[in-house]
Design a protein around this ligand. Structure first.
Ligand SMILES: [Zn+2]
Length: 239
């Protein structure tokens, strides 16, 4: 499995960065999240319009799905018209939420023309693009949010999406070959949890038995301790 970090910025972009988007290649091509900036990067990499088998969205905060909007316009009216339509996997209730945004933002009538829309369920593996993907519900303020565990015949990738600390996060990453884990914060939030500090990401990694931790969704201004690996847009990892 090959993983390309298309964008790994937090809720605002790092300078020159794209927001969340991680392309998994091997059996097929699966994009995990599609935040602002991701579509332009994919277009630059692929000369035309991205050809992916599927896109899977962890939650409906804009930095994780916003580029679905221009994707829908470009696939309905632009250079994506002749590209086979990918599957789009959303959290439970996601179809209705996307349709609601679509009604207010003038793309609602085009969603089903350009994506084959599905909803996944917590803890229920689904087959997509040649992988088995298992969503694990995680703690992210009041937003219904999932981490995604992606497996093929040879290896396992765990992607935290956005999350506070929990035993579910540890389960998500259990014995994974690569654990892409957010560490948005300098210090843990005092009350309701939705993100991780560096120490909390490292604690989850250690408890999980995963082989490699790669920190994502971190503002460039926040340092990491020596020896803790930080993702950069454009990184290509073998999983
Ligand atoms: Zn979020």
């Amino acid at each position: 499995m090959r993983l390309t970090v298309i964008g790994c910025s937090p809720a605002w972009p790092n300078a020159g960065g794209a927001q969340s988007g991680y392309l998994v290649e091997g059996e097929g091509r699966l994009l995990l999240d599609c935040g602002p900036g991701v579509l332009a990067r994919l277009r630059a990499n692929e000369d035309g319009w991205p050809r992916v088998d599927a896109v899977a969205i962890t939650h409906f905060h804009l930095d994780h799905w916003g580029d679905l909007v221009p994707w829908i316009f470009g696939a309905a009216f632009g250079p994506g018209r002749d590209v086979p339509k990918p599957e789009l996997w959303l959290p439970p209730g996601g179809r209705e939420r996307l349709n609601g945004f679509g009604e207010r933002m003038a793309f609602g009538g085009h969603i089903d023309k350009v994506f084959d829309v599905h909803e996944y369920e917590d803890d229920t593996p689904f087959a997509v693009a040649g992988y088995e993907v298992t969503p694990h519900r995680l703690d992210h303020y009041s937003e219904l949010t999932f981490g995604l565990r992606v497996r093929n015949h040879a290896s396992t990738l765990a992607y935290s999406g956005d999350t506070g600390p929990s035993h579910r996060l540890v389960e998500l990453a259990k014995d994974a070959d690569v654990f892409l884990c957010e560490a948005t914060l300098r210090e843990p939030e005092p009350a309701e949890r939705g993100h991780l500090s560096e120490d909390e990401a490292v604690d989850a990694f250690r408890a999980s038995g995963a082989k490699r931790l790669v920190v994502i969704h971190r503002p460039d201004e926040l340092p990491l301790s020596p020896g803790v690996e930080r993702a950069t847009d454009g990184d290509v990892l073998s999983v």
